[in-house]
Design a protein around this ligand. Structure first.
Ligand code: MN
Length: 373
């Protein structure tokens, strides 16, 4: 189960648009991604200055995500919750497709995109970063934006969550943190890396549960970190606990520029990739960004509201609210207090929520005109 196998399925389903004209990784690819936002997968065959093809908008629609997880839209939340509750450790293998080429790291050979005019520069936006605690007992996998500094260094945005915690532990022990950075992944892996699993639960186990125990991990060559054996590229890195640099600005989920902050530097000490690897792009503030961040939150809202009213039909963290701030929830109302209780549960489940609407089950939560009516 790889990005490639998923792309093959999407080609058969006529979900892929090929871009044959030469396009620049600076603004041109991202502007086409934006024009096709929420639409088909894009396959850029000729990226100026590179031999590498770029794929984009992979998780750009709910339908594609459901199809990747082999689940109907009605059962998506249940499937996610079951994987969160019952992760399965993936098998570790010695060889895998990502090991076809093992070489020195060199970012200048990868067509990393510059997305928007006032962004600090080229950014890797679709990578998962995985690391283990020094005793190897705890593993964490999460998505982080990575700002290119030079051929072998990136700055990483560390929100104070799980990877930050591992980094702080390394810092206390006066060590650096070894990480694997994987790019070009099956949607299940990206969705698992965005899940709210508690600290101590490896998101690789969640990905493997979503993929029906078909996922395999490979150990990096030079660092003590693991990554999917079916990835397109793995960068091996050492995250400094002493050296930081200014990171940002970059467009964030709601489409405004995030501020600059002092953030850790990762030195890339190795790289492995498939011979003809694909580079996966992800547009900041695009539909894919919103779905990957929002779907796990919708699931938490769905679960919490299900606890107070009998039937919750659907939840939509709407695109106009950045896929994050506004929720529409449809319920089968049994008694008069159900609407109010649904709202309270939703706000409790997703603390960032600013606005929520509860409608009857006959209203389509994805049709904003119906919701307003
Ligand atoms: Mn985690």
């Amino acid at each position: 189960m790889s990005l490639r196998s998923f792309l093959e399925e999407m080609k058969k389903g006529r979900e892929v648009v090929r871009v044959r004209d030469q396009v620049s990784p600076r603004f041109e690819v991202s502007s086409i991604m934006k024009a096709f936002n929420g639409g088909p997968v894009l396959f850029f065959e000729n990226v100026g200055g590179y031999n590498t093809r770029v794929v984009a908008n992979i998780c750009g629609t709910r339908r594609r995500i459901c199809s990747a997880l082999r689940v109907s839209p009605e059962n998506l939340y249940k499937k996610l919750i079951s994987a969160w509750r019952s992760p399965i450790s993936p098998k570790i293998v010695k060889e895998g497709p990502v090991k076809e080429v093992v070489e020195k790291a060199s970012l200048s050979r990868i067509p990393v995109l510059t997305h928007f005019e006032k962004d600090a520069g080229p950014y890797i936006t679709s990578a998962i970063v995985s690391a283990r605690s020094p005793d190897g007992k705890i593993e964490n996998v999460s998505i982080h934006r990575l700002m290119i500094l030079d051929d072998t260094h990136v700055a990483v945005r560390l929100v104070p969550r799980h990877l930050f915690k591992l980094w702080e532990t390394a810092k206390e022990e006066k060590k650096d943190l070894e990480v694997a950075i994987a790019i070009g992944l099956h949607p299940a892996v990206l969705l698992a890396a965005s899940s709210p699993a508690p600290f101590g639960v490896s998101e690789f186990g969640i990905a493997n549960a979503l993929l029906g125990n078909k996922m395999r991990l490979i150990k990096c060559e030079t660092v003590g970190a693991y990554a999917p054996a079916e990835a397109e590229i793995i960068l091996e890195g050492v995250m400094s606990t002493t050296e930081e640099t200014m990171e940002g600005p970059l467009v964030d989920i709601i489409g405004t520029y995030d501020i600059q902050r002092c953030q850790p530097i990762i030195e890339l000490v190795g790289m492995m990739h498939r011979e003809d690897y694909l580079y996966q792009a992800l547009l900041p503030s695009g539909a894919e960004h919103k779905l990957l961040m929002g779907l796990p939150r919708e699931t938490m809202i769905w679960e919490a509201v299900t606890g107070v009213v009998p039937i919750v039909k659907a939840v939509n963290l709407s695109s106009g609210g950045g896929g994050w701030l506004h929720a529409i929830i449809s319920i089968e109302k049994q008694t008069d207090g159900d609407g109010k209780n649904a709202l309270l549960a939703a706000f409790g489940a997703h603390p960032s929520l600013k606005h929520a609407v509860v409608v009857d089950a006959d209203i389509d939560v994805f049709d904003l005109e119906e919701v307003e009516w």
